[in-house]
Design a protein around this ligand. Structure first.
Ligand code: HEC
Length: 130
């Protein structure tokens, strides 16, 4: 009787432990943060920057909504025509500086660390429509 209680206690602890692990795995920040810039490969605007806008910005910055229009079709032209990127001083670009994780502005939503790094590297590489 006593032995089976101990076994039951051990099983219960195991279950709690496993649930905790699984939970941590699901909410771990690294698993929700997409890849940052890696290696020397140039950043692709259409493959790496536009998806950030599409997944995190369009609910407010779609065509006809709050400016800048960050829809896939118009993002590049609105970013450049609104002077949101500064290739001479990339870190001062509004598209980076105003949305980066440590910004005090744009409380609506900010980039993750990796997204901010991607955007900055893309501007440093000349903000190409690639
Ligand atoms: C919940 C709504 C919301 C979301 C989501 C959102 N924004 Fe905004 N954003 C705004 C509003 C409202 C403004 C205008 C007021 C201000 O400047 O803060 C704005 C302003 C901006 C500006 C400044 C434009 C200028 O000319 O100064 C940029 C750049 C910008 N957003 C980029 C982004 C990016 C990039 C994302 C996604 C990571 C994003 N926003 C997500 C609401 C949002």
């Amino acid at each position: 009787m006593r032995k089976s209680l101990i076994i039951l206690a051990i099983l219960l602890c195991g279950a709690v432990f496993f649930t905790a692990c699984e939970y941590e795995f699901i909410v771990h920040p690294d698993t929700t943060d997409p890849e940052g810039p890696g290696g020397d490969d140039p950043i692709s605007f259409s493959q790496q920057i536009v998806p950030i806008f599409t997944s995190r910005c369009l609910n407010c910055h779609d065509t006809g909504d709050t400016s800048p229009d960050l829809s896939a079709a118009n993002a590049y032209s609105s970013i450049t025509s609104d002077n949101l990127v500064n290739t001479t001083n990339p870190e001062s670009s509004i598209l980076y500086d105003y949305i980066k994780p440590s910004t005090s502005g744009h409380s609506w939503r900010k980039y993750t660390n990796n997204q901010a790094a991607l955007v900055l590297k893309w501007i440093e590489e000349g903000a190409k429509n690639n």
